[in-house]
Design a binder for this molecule. Structure first.
Ligand SMILES: Nc1ncnc2c1ncn2[C@@H]1O[C@H](COP(=O)(O)OP(=O)(O)OP(=O)(O)O)[C@@H](O)[C@H]1O
Ligand SMILES: [Mg+2]
Length: 355
């Protein structure tokens, strides 16, 4: 596949000159006339190399470089800074901003061609991206497989064991009705057995629902989260407000289950740790992300304090990282807690086609 080179320069003559040097070498050459447009274009085209002018009005090359480095997809993209200022200070600034190499303007034809060729041959950035993506896909498959297994378990618990217990309870009830009046003690014993069986059925249903929230399959994400929130409120007597954007797009199963697990754990934490008197749950779409926020007005906690022995939040962070999301916590003693989980919506797959 042709390597893509993005030239970023506000001076059209410079762009033409650079293009003429690189033309005929088998590259696909694209250009941007400002820092802002470069940032936008680079995300779309994923260039194999960026030739970046330093002196530009508005956003200079250093700033563009810093921002590219802060964009996860482009953090490893090779960047050559083109600088008219052949001084040490600006090179240091360039290194600080994350540039890989420098060229002095006006560029020497031979030197520019050679540097570009060397960097493109190394191709380490594509390799890194491809490796990262395949790791991510593998992790996603592990989570998916785990959830499939949970689905099967939950179905078996609910359908097989559940049905068996219900039949058992009915037979007990039947036996109780057949008994002659005088056997009062026996009757009481049977009554207790029926009550026990029904408690076991309820408990088992709860376990089946926790293992795999069937509501997710039947009602979809929004209603499943809403139902869980409402039941939590009823169970705990804690006022909970649930709000969701009107339009929640369809997302992958592994993403829905991740958000559901986050809601389960954060609400459990509210009850276990916060002594809150009000909880808010919000599901929203923000640009290219879906965001779940759980807020309480309880005791709060400090993340810098003594490290917790709990596994809940750590495992939420891991689950989210696996699907390319992140967890943010805002909390301090006495001021409640806000936990937000952000997940990218249908992230475009990079399959490492350059390989
Ligand atoms: N809503 C909250 N209000 C106050 N403190 C909280 C809240 N959520 C979490 N915490 C604090 O953060 C710590 C870590 O939470 P985490 O869920 O990781 O562990 P845990 O709930 O203690 O144990 P586990 O989840 O493994 O059963 C808790 O021990 C608690 O101190
Ligand atoms: Mg917890």
């Amino acid at each position: 596949m042709q390597s893509k080179i993005l030239i970023v320069d506000d001076d059209p003559h410079s762009v033409v000159t650079l293009e003429s040097i690189l033309n005929g070498q088998g590259y696909q050459i694209l250009s941007a006339e400002s820092g802002a447009s470069a940032l936008e274009k680079a995300e779309g085209i994923m260039p194999d190399l960026i030739l970046l002018d330093v002196m530009m009005p508005g956003m200079d090359g250093f700033e563009v470089c810093r921002r590219l480095r802060a964009t996860p997809k482009l953090a490893e993209a090779p960047i050559i800074l083109l600088t008219a200022l052949d001084d040490r200070a600006s090179r240091l600034r360039g290194i600080e901003a994350g540039a890989d190499d420098f060229l002095t303007k006006p560029a020497d034809r031979q030197e520019l061609r050679l540097r570009v060729k060397t960097i493109l041959r190394l191709d380490r950035y594509r390799t890194l991206l491809t490796q990262r993506e395949s790791l991510r896909q593998m992790a996603e498959r592990v989570v998916t497989a785990q959830e499939e297994e949970r689905k099967r378990l939950s179905r078996e618990l609910h359908d097989d064991l559940g049905q068996a217990l219900i039949a058992h309870s009915l037979r007990l009830r039947h036996l109780q009705m057949e008994l002659p009046m005088q056997t009062e003690a026996l009757n009481g014993e049977l009554e207790a057995l029926v009550a026990d069986t029904n408690r076991i059925i309820d408990k088992m249903r709860q376990i089946a629902q926790d293992i795999r929230p069937t509501l997710l399959d039947t009602l979809g994400l929004r209603s499943a989260l809403e139902t869980h929130t409402r039941e939590f409120g009823l169970r705990t007597n804690l006022p909970v407000v649930f709000e969701a954007d009107g339009e929640i797009p369809q997302i992958a199963d592994v993403h829905s289950i991740t958000l559901y697990r986050i809601l389960q754990e954060t609400l459990t934490n509210v009850i276990k740790h916060s002594k809150a008197s009000q909880v808010w749950v919000e599901l929203s779409v923000d640009g290219r992300n879906i965001v779940l926020t759980v807020q309480d007005n309880g005791a709060g906690f400090s993340e810098t304090g003594e490290p917790s022995k709990g596994m809940g939040i750590a495992s939420l962070r891991e689950r989210l990282a696996l699907v390319g999301g992140e967890l943010t916590i805002h909390s301090s003693a006495g001021r409640g807690t806000i936990i937000s989980a952000k997940l990218p919506l249908d992230e475009p797959r990079q399959t490492g086609e350059s390989a």
